[in-house]
Design a protein around this ligand. Structure first.
Ligand code: ADP
Ligand code: MG
Ligand code: ZN
Length: 713
């Protein structure tokens, strides 16, 4: 029966791991604690029981900005829901409470502070309530990373509503926070459901921080028009990277705490509504974002901790489709952060900072599986040899007999008195006559220069492996001094041998490698355009209409009847009624045009996520079609959810391949045509920014780009 509801209301064929067990437990009327990573599908764990149980479920959520989207998403699935927070009027609150009392509401979202207001509590007492769901429950704990004082109001829930069960949900994994949640909410007869924190659809990789911007541009080329978050170290960096991206033709905006609140709000909105594809942000961005279809999260600089990295990369691929997490790493970045840590006066806090920095640097340096490293960090065992979706596992390196080099390194650590970090030990091994080496007489010990034939990077990676294998340990704190462990001592004494992985030159972005897709991209682009239109009309984020996974399935199976459309994942009853015919219209037309027939989707088999990045080709095709229809530029941009600059660059590209393309209708009116022409002519490359300067900076890059289309012919 609950499977039926899952399909009818949410459009899903199967439960995600643990969802069914959790739903059943909540239905049994007992307390529940749900620990699941971001994107695991926690919402469904309370939304589905809310539909089945008598009365109304009250959902506490800290993210006011998200409540409306969440409620819209429920309404679009035909589930009666509402929200109450400070953003709505007293009159609206009355209306909502009225319909709640009459039993018409199944789910009510509220901000936590409501639960300290007397009249609101009175209202709840008058209303039949099925259970309380506390979303982002870690906010109640001061031990967590996101404590919210308003959550303290929840401590008395148990006393005030003795008989009503509580469901707490969080993506926080630490046991300290978990115990705190149980204690604060006074849970007694409860069950804890904890799913793996592995995110199988995320691909992890580390790239060297060399020619970083070029690598970034290549990387972004794999994800045209898709949502991307790029995290930077400083506010200044977010702005310069965003600007460079825009100049390179991408749709990007910066986001950081130094921007005006309104600007930040608007940027966030534009991202959620697919009006801008790329956000270049400091870590301040992302807390209030539930966007399910972020395809790529890039760290342009080193994050502060492994927890932070896991959280931030966790924002990728919530919809379960493949997504990529790339860290640009260099030891220099680590030093940049050490400078900040040195300023911290509390020694415990400072050491903690160093330890965290050490751990995240190790993530960048390890030669083993990145996924395994992340999971082990959270205390989760990982038994698989090869995860298949991280750079290390995809390009496993050969092993070699590392006995000799290991012995050399261990001796160098011992001979220099076990008092130095990797840098110094390497300098000695390489025989570098640096002042600090000479001063200490380290040029006169036997290990000086014994590893001359290797590169510094090679030695660094070997040392990292020796640490991983437990032969060497690195002190935490300001001075990461290396010491040989007792295991290392035994290794030396017994003249044991050791096999090590061949250090790898970190490979750059491989553009060609990931360009195969198994869905029809052109149809996908058309369906996206339709979704954007439907969403804009209602002021919704596009994903509320339906997720990318649904559109991809449509572009695989070409469903041409209501019946087959209803088999698409994410299409429930309500969506079928409301938009089914519109989507079918697009698919039927397209299939006829291309002579494609429907492919049966058998039973509930979900498509394997073999999807890789979409080809750039079709995004141009989509623009071209609108150009042929003489759609104004601004309108193309709006329909496609892109900025005008991106569309203008599409037009440029299209003109290159088809110089006869008729774009005269785009020609801007101006009296300055000759002036603009000569401004461009002064530079043989017809570059935008010098021309803009010559014209006194009055015209925008977008305008200039369009002018250039005409005068260049
Ligand atoms: P969380 O709150 O755990 O981060 P959400 O509840 O926001 O995750 O769900 C993440 C995504 O997974 C959403 O896009 C949702 O539609 C999708 N999802 C949830 N359950 C299922 C399911 N059983 N089948 C397919 N998709 C699902
Ligand atoms: Mg959630
Ligand atoms: Zn791996």
């Amino acid at each position: 029966m609950i499977e039926q509801k899952l399909k009818n209301f949410f459009g899903y064929d199967t439960f995600r791991p643990l969802q069914k067990e959790i739903v059943e437990h909540v239905l049994s009327g007992r307390d529940t604690l749900v620990l699941m990573p971001t994107g695991g599908g926690k919402s469904l764990c309370y939304q589905l029981p809310a539909l089945v149980l008598e009365g109304m479920a009250v959902v506490v959520s800290p993210l006011i900005a998200l409540m409306k989207d969440q409620v819209d998403a429920l309404l679009s699935n035909g589930i009666s829901a509402a929200f109450i927070n400070s953003s709505i009027s007293a009159f609206e609150i009355d209306t909502i409470q009225e319909s709640a009392r009459s039993g018409a509401l199944k789910i009510l979202y509220v901000a936590p502070e409501r639960l300290s207001m007397g009249f609101f509590l009175n209202f709840l007492r008058d209303t039949p309530i099925s259970f309380f769901a506390i979303d982002e429950a870690h906010c109640i704990s001061e031990w967590g990373h996101d404590f919210r004082p308003e959550y303290r109001n929840l401590k008395n829930l148990r006393d005030k509503f003795l008989k009503i069960p509580v469901v707490a949900l969080t993506a926080t994994a630490t046991s300290r926070v978990r115990d705190d949640i149980l204690a604060q909410l006074k849970m007694t007869d409860y069950k804890v459901f904890s799913s793996s924190f592995n995110r199988p659809n995320l691909h992890y990789s580390v790239l060297p921080k060399k020619n970083t911007f070029d690598s970034l541009v290549k990387l972004l080329g794999k994800y045209p028009d898709e949502s991307v978050i790029i995290y930077c170290f400083s506010r200044k960096e977010t702005e310069s990277v965003a600007e460079s991206l825009v100049l390179a033709g991408f749709s990007a905006l910066p986001y950081h705490a130094g921007l005006d609140g309104e600007v930040r709000q608007e940027t966030q909105e534009r991202f959620i509504r697919d009006d801008v594809a790329i956000i270049v942000a400091t870590i301040a961005f992302g807390m209030g974002i539930d966007k399910p279809d972020v395809r790529l999260v890039v760290h342009y600089g080193l994050p502060k901790s492994v927890e932070g990295y896991y959280q931030e990369t966790g924002r990728a691929g919530r919809d379960g489709l493949p997504a990529e997490c790339v860290l640009f790493f260099s030891p220099a970045d680590r030093m940049k952060q050490e400078v900040f840590l040195r300023e911290i006066s509390d020694p415990a806090e400072r050491d903690n900072g160093y330890r965290k920095l050490e751990q995240i640097s190790a993530y960048g340096e390890i030669s083993g599986c990145r996924r395994e490293y992340l999971l082990r960090y959270f205390g989760e065992p990982w038994e698989r040899q090869n995860c298949g979706t991280c750079d290390r596992c995809l390009a496993p390196s050969a092993t070699f007999d590392g006995t000799l080099i290991a012995q050399k390194i261990l001796s160098a650590i011992i001979r220099t008195g076990s008092a130095f970090g990797a840098k110094h030990v390497i300098d000695v091994l390489l025989g570098r006559s640096l002042a600090k080496v000479l001063e200490r007489g380290h040029d006169r010990i036997t290990v000086f220069g014994i590893a001359k034939d290797f590169s510094e990077e090679f030695l660094r990676q070997i040392i990292a492996q020796l640490i991983e294998k437990g032969l060497v340990e690195k002190a935490s704190g300001q001075y990461p001094i290396l010491k040989v462990t007792s295991v290392g001592m035994v290794f030396l004494r017994d003249r044991a041998s050791i096999s090590l992985r061949e250090p790898q030159e970190v490979v750059g972005v491989d553009e060609e490698a990931e360009k195969s897709v198994d869905y029809d991209q052109e149809l996908y682009a058309r369906l996206r355009a339709l979704r954007k239109q439907l969403a804009d009309k209602r002021g919704w984020p596009p994903y509320v209409v339906c997720g990318n996974a649904s559109l991809e399935e449509m572009a695989v199976y070409f469903p041409q009847s209501r019946d087959s459309l209803s088999r698409i994942s994410g299409i429930g009853q309500q969506k079928l009624e409301q938009w089914g015919d519109l989507f079918l219209g697009v698919i039927v037309d397209y299939a006829r045009e291309k002579g494609i027939s429907e492919k049966p989707k058998v039973g509930s088999v979900s498509r394997a996520p073999v999807r890789k990045a979409a080809l750039v080709g079709t995004t141009y095709g989509e623009t071209k079609k609108m150009l042929l229809d003489k759609v104004p530029l601004a309108e193309i941009a709006r329909r496609r959810g892109m900025v005008i600059g991106t569309i203008a660059s599409h037009v440029e590209k299209l003109m290159e391949t088809d110089p006869n393309l008729d774009i005269d209708y785009l020609k801007p009116e101006t009296e300055r045509f000759d002036e603009i022409l000569s401004a461009f002519r002064e530079d043989e490359k017809w570059a935008l920014s010098p021309a803009r300067e010559r014209l006194g900076g009055e015209l925008s890059y977008d305008e200039l780009r369009i002018f250039r289309l005409f005068i260049r012919r």
